[in-house]
Write a protein that binds this ligand. Structure first.
Ligand SMILES: [Zn+2]
Length: 135
């Protein structure tokens, strides 16, 4: 559509469209995204009995996402040595349920066994339990 405008209308029309697009992103999409993230963070903080400030502090302070070997073994055993999404028993990895990058910790309740492909698919997305209901 932008290309069509570019070819048939003066350049300022294109510029106005671009400006409107960016304004829409800045004033509509971004606050919505931030609010969504804040609510997800809040849900995780609530589960840990933390305030949002404590979660943000934890996120800033933790740099080590490695999981100790004994903890890895504990999680694998607890989860029956199988992927919690698809049940695969090969290429298993330990996943942070609430992503490490978002402040999720190394506590057992926040760890689960996933196979490599399920883990890749999950990425840094937030599981439904932390999401707002009726979204
Ligand atoms: Zn899997």
């Amino acid at each position: 559509m932008l290309f069509l405008v570019y070819e048939t209308e003066p350049i300022w029309m294109t510029l106005i469209f671009i400006v409107i697009f960016f304004l829409a992103v800045i004033f509509y999409y971004m606050p919505k995204e931030l609010e969504k993230r804040r609510k997800e963070d809040q849900a995780y903080a609530d589960r840990k009995g933390w305030t949002l400030e404590q979660l943000h502090k934890h996120r800033k302070n933790t740099r080590d996402r490695r999981i100790p070997k004994s903890l890895r073994e504990y999680i694998l055993k607890r989860d029956n040595y199988e992927c919690q999404y698809c049940g695969s028993q090969t290429r298993l990895e330990i996943d942070h349920i609430f992503p490490f990058s978002r402040g999720g910790g190394n506590e057992p309740e926040n760890l689960q066994v996933l196979c490599k492909s399920c883990n890749l698919e999950k990425g840094d997305s937030i599981p439904d339990i932390f999401k707002e209901k009726n979204l």
